[in-house]
Write a new protein. Structure first.
Length: 387
């Protein structure tokens, strides 16, 4: 027999979690007891719940494994809300475990009690409250599945403080097999035909390629079909920025000249990208609702396809699976119009990235700082930018 707290810790370890972040609180002491003395998982104590949440998100971004934060009820859960919202906006797998009031007091308006399904309903992918220890294994299984599959995101589990010490003979659930879908053969054939005929194509890469092997698959596909690659908001590292096919990022303050050029493309393949606010430049690229170019939207989560823009091909599949299915072109010869397009995109990108000379009387121009840092950083360096 193991306690519910130990079952939770064993499940975290079974799912690849190697550390949790927390602000210790009395409403989940049974979980802290289960973490005490463990050598297979680290407990990182934070000063504030928002800090614990953001540390967990950073951990998830770097490892691909869901970040886990533990907080106490009421104020603790409220402080962690910003991390939940960020995980939802950025598509980061995240599990927030909240110590709830005693099971007998749930929905009695007890001290610091919150109905977390209502509180987090608009920003979490799923919320659950476990008052019966027998329901804990299936809840944990679903929590990790929801947090990691489709568009990754936040899951909130509220567990009453008197449930953690209860005993159970349940085994920790093993990781759920990844749900995969293959693109329809007719769609693949159509896409190949469009790629062959396109004169000004663009490939937009998004978070769905931020997976093991995703970057290599993206680069190989772009090189096989000679496709300029744009990256979505906050996904600068998906494609080598010095590559001849790198077309830039669809983030903030994109120059008007670049957007005018991109709007002349005749084929846009969005692979693993959500066509949301910033990536689409305020829902202006492509044109809303009927894009000015042919649009192929490929994403493992069908719910994000067709939410704002009408796709000519809507393919619910992992982009790596899609790349494999499309394969290579029958011929490597490129028409003159395609090579001219690639050079136009490349020249515009170089113009934007060029360091402009500037003389100032009160310091160093920021562009020079960026240029100097960029030339000296190692390939595995991490750059953090403040807002």
């Amino acid at each position: 027999m193991r306690t519910a707290g130990t079952l939770i810790v064993d499940t975290l370890v079974a799912n690849g979690v190697s550390r949790v972040f927390c602000v210790p609180g009395e409403s989940y002491l049974g979980l802290l007891d289960a973490l005490h003395g463990r050598s297979d998982i680290d407990t990182v104590v934070s000063r504030h719940e928002s800090g614990a949440g953001f540390m967990a998100l950073a951990d998830a971004r770097l490892t691909g494994v869901p970040g886990v934060a533990l907080v106490s009820r009421g104020p603790g859960a409220s402080n962690a809300a910003i991390a939940v919202h960020t995980a939802q906006q950025d598509g980061v797998p995240f599990v927030l475990i909240v110590g709830q009031v005693s099971a007998s007091d749930v929905r009695r308006d007890a001290f610091q009690e919150i109905d977390y399904a209502r509180m987090y309903g608009g920003i979490a992918k799923w919320t659950a409250e476990v008052t019966d220890v027998a329901r804990l294994p299936e809840t944990l299984l679903r929590a990790f599945r929801v947090a990691t599959q489709g568009v990754p995101g936040p899951v909130v589990l509220a567990i009453p403080e008197d449930v953690f010490p209860r005993t159970t003979d349940a085994e920790p659930p093993s990781p759920q097999a990844t749900v995969r879908a293959a693109p329809d053969a007719r769609d693949v054939a159509t896409c190949r035909e469009w790629l062959d005929g396109a004169r000004r194509p663009v490939l937009l890469a998004g978070s769905g390629l931020d997976r093991p092997g995703g970057r290599d698959a993206l680069r190989a596909f772009a090189e096989r079909w000679a496709l300029p690659v744009l990256v979505s908001f906050r996904r600068h590292d998906l494609f080598p920025n010095r590559h001849d096919l790198y077309a830039g990022d669809l983030g903030l303050a994109i120059p008007a000249t670049q957007m005018e050029m991109l709007r002349t493309s005749d084929l846009l393949i969005a692979a693993g990208a959500r066509l949301s606010d910033i990536t689409t430049q305020g829902y202006a690229f492509p044109r809303l609702v009927r894009p000015e170019m042919k649009l192929v939207h490929v994403h493992s989560d069908p719910s994000v396809i067709g939410t704002h823009f009408s796709a000519d091909l809507a393919i619910a599949a992992d982009p790596r699976t899609f790349f494999d299915a499309v394969g290579s072109p029958a011929e490597v010869h490129l028409p003159r119009e395609r090579t001219d397009w690639i050079e136009r995109v490349r020249a515009e990108r170089r113009r934007i990235a060029a360091v402009r000379p500037a003389e100032v009387s009160d310091g160093v121009p920021f562009e020079r700082v960026v240029d100097a840092v960029g030339r000296h950083l190692t390939d595995d360096a991490i750059v953090t930018v403040d807002a």
